[in-house]
Design a binder for this molecule. Structure first.
Ligand SMILES: Nc1ncnc2c1ncn2[C@@H]1O[C@H](COP(=O)(O)OP(=O)(O)OP(=O)(O)O)[C@@H](O)[C@H]1O
Ligand SMILES: [Mg+2]
Length: 261
């Protein structure tokens, strides 16, 4: 038994005219404590669907998801989620207040909350924008505030859906470094969706590649046994990149042709 166990998971959506459409079918995955699991796959294959069920926001059509042996039936404070897109901040709270919000339930004083929130606001490079409201922030800034808000509660599990997608290359690199540092320091377990193979190789302990949907499942899982040298000068890195790239490409092609099974 892992920390997260997903068994024979299926999720169908009612599609107009065509009855039930199975996005995911018989998806199996087990994740151990402390893993940084990256999930890759063609656009529309069902990555976000899996994450939404792990978060407890959606129920499976069939199969089970469990956390520490207990079925996932609702969202919980053990899991922090950074969703795709940038629209989940509270518009009536400033950037730093959004980050603080998650700490309210933890019984900290106002000062402690502000201090901890600011540590993470600074980490994501937004100290100067701390008093702005979400409507006054760019998409990438909002995304970074969402990340700070997820990290500040020090969750057992971090569920992240393309959290760095909206950032410029340099900011993205800094955020990857910080995420990896925090993951190492806290021992939190991460499920991280990305389109970027390099990003998955820089961050992950394992990388799962999904098949093209509909009826998507995991096609293959790669162990990332590269140690700390995660750069293109490491021959192990480039050979793993090539392997992953070739199957991602196959699945993207299948998805484009629409013959996913
Ligand atoms: N609420 C919904 N109602 C109907 N169909 C849905 C719903 N949510 C997702 N789908 C369908 O399920 C499939 C998987 O969607 P999902 O958002 O999980 O893909 P994804 O892998 O996250 O894609 P991307 O990389 O573009 O974010 C798609 O075909 C999508 O149209
Ligand atoms: Mg998605």
């Amino acid at each position: 038994m892992g920390l997260i166990d997903i068994t024979q998971l299926s999720k169908a959506f009612r599609s107009r005219g065509a009855g039930l459409l199975y996005a995911i079918e018989n998806f199996d995955l087990s994740i151990e404590p402390g893993e940084f699991f990256c999930l890759l796959g063609p656009s529309g294959c069902g990555k976000s669907t899996v994450l939404t069920m792990l978060a407890g926001f959606e129920k499976p059509t069939a199969g089970t998801l469990s956390l520490g042996g207990k079925p996932i039936s609702a969202p919980g404070r053990d899991r922090a989620v950074v969703f795709q897109g940038d629209d989940s901040l509270y518009p009536w709270l400033t950037a730093v207040e959004n980050v603080e919000f998650g700490l309210k339930l933890q019984g900290l004083s106002r000062r402690e909350r502000r201090e901890q929130a600011m540590t993470f606001v600074e980490m994501v490079g937004l100290a100067r924008a701390k008093d702005r409201y979400p409507s006054e922030l760019s998409g990438g800034m909002k995304q970074r505030i969402q990340i700070a808000r997820a990290l500040v509660t020090r969750p057992q599990i971090l569920l992240m859906d393309e959290p760095l997608g909206a950032l410029d290359a340099q900011t993205r690199e800094v955020m990857q470094f910080e995420l990896r540092r925090i993951w190492k320091e806290t021992g939190t377990s991460v499920v991280f969706i990305t389109h970027d193979i390099d990003e998955s190789l820089i961050l992950g302990t394992r990388i799962g590649v999904m098949t093209a949907g509909p009826r998507a499942k995991l096609r293959e899982i790669f162990d990332v046994t590269l140690g700390e040298d995660r750069s293109r000068t490491n021959p192990g890195y480039t050979s793993l990149y090539e392997k992953i790239h070739s199957i991602v490409r196959e699945e993207v092609e299948r998805s484009r042709r629409g013959d996913g099974k």
